[in-house]
Design a binder for this molecule. Sequence first.
Ligand code: GDP
Length: 316
Amino acid sequence: MKVVALTGGVGGVKLAHGLSQVLPPHTLTVIGNVGDDFEYYGLHISPDLDTVMYTLAGIVNPITGWGQNNETWQMKTMLQTYGEDVWFGLGDRDLATHILRTDWLRRGYRLTEITLHLAEQLQIPHTILPATDDRLRTMVQTVEYGLLPFQEYFVKHRWQPIVSDVSYDGAETAKVSPEVLEAIQQADLIIICPSNPILSIAPILAVQSMRELLMSRSVPTVLVSPLIGGKAIKGPTDKIMRELGYIPSTIGVVQFYEGLLDYLIIDVADASELKTVQELYPKLQILQTSTLMQTIDDRISLAQYVLACLENEEIR
Ligand code: GDP
């Protein structure tokens, strides 16, 4: 059985991690968002790919959910000594990833090749792929500061500005890589992890022909809702949905993914919405369980629950 999981960073990766623990080696491909990528002090940083890589390698900082465990910050402190306003968390160990990635990109390797190599060196028994090798950048139009590159909105301004539009710069020419194409074509199950739909999954879906490719497969596509009780566990999912005119609830999330989903897994806290969503989307199979992943066991249980969707499909 081959599984493809689409994810952003710290939220979605919890489920990807659970899947990586229960699926046999080399049966899971995690397709990561690159809309968050940016250049900082000349380094190419891929925050979401790094979060996925560090989590699946077991070296992520368990408190923040991003960055590395046992990190030190000497380089950042030195930059500050030079008077720099270092608003992005560049840890010393993390820096090694950015230096290598940047060097190899300059030498002409594709982001996919680099990501595969780094993950292999970290002995991750599954596959991590960037959504595209081409340049794609999430841009956030804000009321207070105008157009901001994603990291300035998210990290520098701590996602507080009011958002009036989100665009994906480069999406009109960004192509699906041969590796992503093959993974999706071979998948028996496609999972959309509980990530921010607008900031994490939309940049993946914005890659040319990605949506069509996903929809062309007759295998089940499952979404685990990123909202619990209509609210994000962390980050701006419900805030940004509201600001962009989506209902910040299960209904809004399903509306966002319209046409892509066969299964929807919602938290028991959102059970009151089930009937309305089912009436609006009669073909959608809606399941409810606890989707809060506080522990590794929670991640594993939810992963097993999601994978059971495939068994259902085989029975039908
Ligand atoms: P980012 O790229 O680091 O911002 O993270 P993601 O986009 O991958 O994830 C953000 C989303 O994850 C938010 O909508 C959170 O509500 C959701 N999230 C975080 N933890 C959990 C959890 O345990 N269960 C569920 N269902 N959603 C979660």
